[in-house]
Design a protein around this ligand. Structure first.
Ligand code: SF4
Length: 92
């Protein structure tokens, strides 16, 4: 059923699930903010831009960082060529 499909990556990282992630208010959800502040505070600006603006680049950067546990090096070394973002991932 189309309405029940959930982002697998989001389900792994956010116990509240994807619906709690982007409230559409333009601000970063507290659960996401707390995670970034504890793991890699220098990456917080990237996520704030992704949530605050409609920038696709910022969204891709944030998605890849989230996918790889906030590690730029891991994004750079990503080998998942089946991912639709692989060709446009940052930090190459
Ligand atoms: S390109 Fe790699 S790092 Fe970016 S979302 Fe896809 S799998 Fe994750």
């Amino acid at each position: 059923m189309k309405g029940s499909i959930q982002c697998k990556k989001a389900a792994k990282t956010d116990p509240e699930g994807p619906t709690a992630r982007n409230t559409g208010t333009g601000s970063i959800p507290q659960a996401v903010k707390s995670w970034i502040e504890s793991e890699a505070p220098s990456q917080l600006g990237i996520f704030e831009r992704a949530y605050r603006t409609r920038s696709r680049v910022a969204a891709i950067n944030a998605m890849c960082l989230e996918c790889m546990g906030l590690s730029r090096q891991e994004v750079r070394d990503c080998t998942d060529r089946s991912c639709p973002l692989w060709n446009v991932r940052p930090y190459k």
